[in-house]
Design a protein around this ligand. Structure first.
Ligand code: FES
Length: 66
């Protein structure tokens, strides 16, 4: 599923960029050599960073605690 239709960036590509350390929507797009065009995806990418980042931190904490 595309998150950014302008650049053809999918949810899995967004997750890949976040895992690589992208801290903002522009950084996620830049990770894949893209730039914002219309900007409609930026809030969704930011939400993915917030929600996905928290889930990853919690997941890593659980793994580290085992
Ligand atoms: S949908 Fe991402 S910049 Fe337009």
């Amino acid at each position: 599923m595309y998150v950014c239709n302008c650049n053809g960036v999918t949810r899995s590509l967004v997750d890949e960029a976040i895992d690589a350390g992208a801290m903002g929507p522009e950084a996620v797009l830049a990770h894949h050599g893209c730039e914002p065009c219309c900007g409609q995806c930026l809030s969704e990418i930011a939400e993915g960073i917030t929600c996905g980042g928290m889930a990853r931190i919690q997941s890593r904490s659980l793994i580290a605690a085992e």
